[in-house]
Structures are given as structure tokens and as C-alpha cells.
Design a binder for this molecule. Structure first.
Ligand code: P1T
Length: 381
């Protein structure tokens, strides 16, 4: 199946008892047993372990990422947490200097006393990255494009290095989605999603996902998940599954609108830099053309003035773009990283990577482009 068919049919079957075309919401916590330890259905005994609506979603996730095993979590951070729990004191993880603020907070705060050592590096400097690898290194974790600075990393090049050193390689594919890029095909071992974003697509739920190429690794992660409990409920599983069915259509429009917004902002007299991989001025534009099908709906920019007050005034004047955390829904959102998505990153750290006071991140939705550009123009004026 091609991708646009997989989003609708991948891993999906009519429901066994009625032939319902859409997987029902199995709103149950438990399943009958015919004799102690003998469940009525061999796959289902308690819903923390498995639920048919979640299973249908997990099969869809595996299908669209070209993986073998999908797991659906109660949030993106729960999915990340589950993967990091695979490691122990003394292990080392190499990750990037530009990450979603909540991921950075988890790595530096929650795992602070775990004995796991995290290295935060500029991943495009491959020599420095490889020089950090030693016998304790176990995992490489990247985002591409990154949140919020839209940095790209060459997944295939990193995969070559991780394979050489026998390391696990995980990619947070939230911004790109499998419509734009498939990390497992490029050599990664695990894909992670905040399914809250484009996969769900309608800003009406919180969810996360892991997809693995290796079914054995999938099994180990499922054990961690059911033994710790951060599963996605049946209602939200249904909603993500429904969201995925239109992922390709939504992403196509997000990309069209994202490109036009980026071009508009780049020409505007008050704007300094626009961070969008679809612009020839983006330092990784050539890599984006190679690694991604298109360039997505996330656009970040700053002001020539560099002034916080200009960012605040712009955000307060927007009418159609809603000032809100999150991204990837059908509606356009605006975010002020230093006060919102990246407020948990210490000032010195964020300034090192240019998350400045005047930085703004837009999640460009699928509304009419003329209305979006008009809103940006009036707010900038
Ligand atoms: O919010 P949650 O579903 O737990 O996902 C965390 C997460 C992980 N990875 C990336 C790249 C993300 O963007 C996020 C969540 N991000 C936001 C809420 C935000 O506004 O950037």
C-alpha cells in the first residue's frame, strides 16, 4: 500500500462481531475469563495491557511509519519516558542542544538522579558527536526539524554512525510526521510522536507514540508500558485513529500554507530571520529536499528590532492565529517559546541556541491562506 492508502487502511480490519467498518470505542477496563487465567479472548485480559481500540491505533501507527510495532501512550512525554526507562545508571545518551522544552526538562530534571548521563550537542557537527561515543553510550535521540528552531539533522548519516557503534537511534518525528519523512526507512530504530499534534490533528487530545522496527524491542517497550501504566484510553485512541485517516490531506495543506507564510514573513520589512526548511535561505534546505517530501506547517521567526515588546504586541494583535501552546491542529496557533513551550529551558541555555525573547513560532493551520496572511499583516503593522 502507498502512504495515502495506509493512513486509511493500514493495519485495519472490520470489527469481528458486527463488521463495523470503523473500530468501535471499547470502553472497558477488563475482559471475562472462562476459567482462572483463561481469558475469553487470548489477547485481552485487562485494558492496561491491551484494548482493541488502542490495538487498532497501534497497528495504524506501525503501518504509517513502516515499523513492526506501534505503542500508544497517554502523552508524547510518556512515550519518551518509557524509552528512557530502558537505560540504567552509568549509561550515556547523546541528544541535541535544541529540543522541545518538555523533553529537555525530562532529561535534565526527572532523570537528574538516575545516573544516566545526557550529552546535549549540535548534532550537525558529526565529528564532535562521534567523538562523544564511548562504551557507555546506549542511545542517540534527535528531533528533526527541531522545536522551535527548525534545525534539520541528516537521519541517514546519524544512522550510519549509530549502526557502526551498535547504538539505539530514536527520532522524535512530531514536526515532520510520516507524511513528510520516515526515519525507520532512513535507519533509525525507534520513532516517537507527540500524537497530540499532527497525528491527532484537531487539538482535542493528548497522546504519544513509539514505533519500532524490531518487534523484540517493541515487546520490551510494551512490557515497560503496561508495567508502568502510561497507556492511551480507548476514546483518545479512537480520535487519533480518526485523525490519521486525513493526515495526508491535512499535511498537504499545512505545507502549502506554511510555505506561503514563510515567504510572506521573509519579505516583510520588520522580520529578521525566518526559520523554515522550505526557504532556500534555510541552512539545511538541500537536506530538507532530500530527506522530506515537503516542508511542513511550522514557521519560526524573529524581529529586526530584537525587542520582546514587538513580539508581545504582535501576539496580542493576532485575530485568527490563536495564542496557545501546542501545534499541529487544523487551526493556526502562535507560540512565544520563552514564555510557553520552552519556558522550562534555563535562560543561558536557550540563548546559546538563539531562542531569543523576540522569537515566535507559528503552527500554520489549514484555513484559507489569504485570511492567514491578512491576519499576520495587520498584527505586524
Ligand atoms: O505534549 P506531549 O504530547 O506530551 O508531547 C511532548 C512533545 C514532544 N516532542 C515534541 C517535538 C513536541 O513538540 C512536544 C509537545 N510540544 C508542545 C506542547 C509545544 O507547544 O511545543
Amino acid at each position: 500500500m502507498k502512504f495515502n492508502t495506509k493512513v486509511i487502511h493500514g493495519g485495519q480490519h472490520p470489527e469481528a462481531t458486527t463488521g463495523a467498518v470503523m473500530t468501535p470505542i471499547y470502553q472497558t477496563s477488563t475482559y471475562a475469563q472462562t476459567s482462572p487465567g483463561k481469558p475469553f479472548h487470548e489477547d485481552y485480559e485487562y485494558a492496561r495491557t491491551t484494548n482493541p481500540t488502542r490495538t487498532a491505533l497501534e497497528n495504524a501507527l506501525a503501518s504509517i511509519e513502516n515499523g513492526e510495532r506501534g505503542l500508544a501512550f497517554s502523552s508524547g512525554l510518556a512515550a519518551t519516558d518509557c524509552l528512557i526507562r530502558m537505560f540504567k545508571s552509568g549509561d550515556e545518551i547523546i541528544t541535541m542542544d535544541d529540543l522541545y522544552g518538555g523533553t529537555y526538562r525530562m532529561f535534565t530534571n526527572i532523570f537528574k538522579d538516575s545516573g544516566i548521563k545526557f550529552h546535549f550537542v549540535e548534532m550537525n557537527d558529526l565529528d564532535t558527536f562521534e567523538s562523544l561515543i564511548n562504551e557507555n553510550t546506549k542511545l542517540v535521540w534527535i528531533e528533526t526539524p527541531t522545536n522551535p528552531l527548525m534545525k534539520l539533522v541528516d537521519i541517514a548519516k546519524i544512522a550510519k554512525i549509530t549502526k557502526k557503534h551498535n547504538l539505539l537511534f530514536a527520532v522524535d518525528n512530531t514536526f515532520a510526521t510520516p507524511y513528510l519523512q520516515k526515519p525507520l526507512d532512513l535507519g533509525a530504530d525507534v520513532v516517537m510522536h507527540s500524537a497530540t499534534k499532527y497525528l491527532g490533528g484537531h487539538s482535542d487530545l493528548i497522546a504519544g507514540a513509539l514505533v519500532t522496527k524490531d518487534p523484540e524491542l517493541g515487546k520490551k517497550l510494551h512490557f515497560k508500558q503496561f508495567a508502568t501504566g502510561a497507556i492511551l484510553g480507548p476514546m483518545d485512541s479512537f480520535l487519533v485513529l480518526r485523525g490519521i485517516k486525513t493526515l495526508h490531506l491535512r499535511m498537504q495543506r499545512h505545507c502549502e500554507n506554511g510555505q506561503k507564510v514563510a515567504e510572506f514573513l521573509e519579505k516583510h520589512a520588520k522580520i529578521k530571520t525566518v526559520y523554515y526548511p522550505g526557504l532556500p535561505s534555510h541552512p539545511s534546505h538541500e537536506l530538507a529536499k532530500k530527506q522530506m517530501k515537503d516542508f511542513g506547517g511550522m514557521v519560526t521567526f524573529n524581529f529586526k528590532s530584537g525587542e520582546l515588546k514587538d513580539a508581545i504586541s504582535f501576539l496580542e494583535k493576532l485575530q485568527l492565529f490563536t495564542l496557545a501552546e501546542s501545534l499541529g491542529g487544523v487551526e493556526s496557533l502562535a507560540n512565544h517559546p520563552i514564555n510557553m513551550s520552552h519556558a522550562s529551558v534555563p535562560v543561558a541555555k536557550r540563548l546559546e541556541v538563539d531562542i531569543t525573547d523576540d522569537l515566535i513560532r507559528l503552527s500554520v493551520g489549514i484555513e484559507d491562506i489569504d485570511d492567514l496572511l491578512e491576519d499576520l499583516a495587520q498584527a505586524l503593522k
